[in-house]
Design a protein around this ligand. Structure first.
Ligand code: SF4
Length: 191
């Protein structure tokens, strides 16, 4: 089975063509200011998180574990999770996002993918996790439903298909995404 990363799920949902540029015809992507800024903010957030209570997650107590590397042979998937909370025998993944638009679909399924990895790691079901939107300082609870798990597995299959068939997917129909895309220079057919 082709090994994939959780970020591949996020990228596929943003635009399947990014998978082609990552695995089939690798190119160097442009490092944007937003990415650099995001890294710095993540470090600051780790520091602040350590001092906070669990009230904002609606949990009475718990333990934070940062940057856990997770891997599942069953799913052929791996990734490093920003943070997870262990509370009363349950596990809650948390992903920090720097965005002004609120949680998006690709972020949601990135979190679901991490939840599935956590389940394999601890051998326990994960009921929900959080997308922490940095500018709003708000954690959004995201339910880990059976349908969401099926969707992730389907995405993993589609990603492997792109890699195996070496066929470039059609350009993204959401033109706004192309404007913000780090791979734009390599997409000759988008305006
Ligand atoms: S520029 Fe548009 S079509 Fe090309 S990879 Fe980015 S989002 Fe996809």
């Amino acid at each position: 089975m082709i090994k994939l990363r959780v970020t591949d799920v996020k990228q596929y949902i943003y635009c399947p063509r990014i998978i082609y540029f990552t695995y089939v015809c690798p190119v160097e992507k442009k490092i944007t200011r937003k990415m650099e800024y995001g890294k710095e903010e993540h470090l600051e957030l780790d520091r602040l998180e350590k001092r906070r209570t669990f009230k904002r997650y609606s949990l009475s107590e718990g333990e934070r574990r940062f940057h856990q590397y997770l891997r599942s042979e069953r799913l052929g998937l791996e990734g490093k999770l920003d943070m997870h909370i262990v509370s009363e025998g349950e596990y809650f993944p948390v992903e920090f996002k720097h965005t002004r638009k609120g949680p998006s679909l690709n972020h949601k399924y990135q979190l679901v993918s991490y939840a599935m990895l956590l389940e394999d790691y601890y051998n326990k079901p994960v009921r929900y996790g959080f997308l922490y939107i940095i500018p709003e300082k708000t954690p959004y609870p995201i339910q880990i439903t059976p349908n969401a798990r099926i969707f992730v597995k389907d995405v993993l299959e589609k990603i492997r298909e792109i890699i195996l068939k070496e066929r470039i997917p059609r350009p993204n129909q959401h033109k706004g995404r192309c404007t913000d895309c780090e791979y734009r220079n390599y997409c000759g057919d988008v305006s």
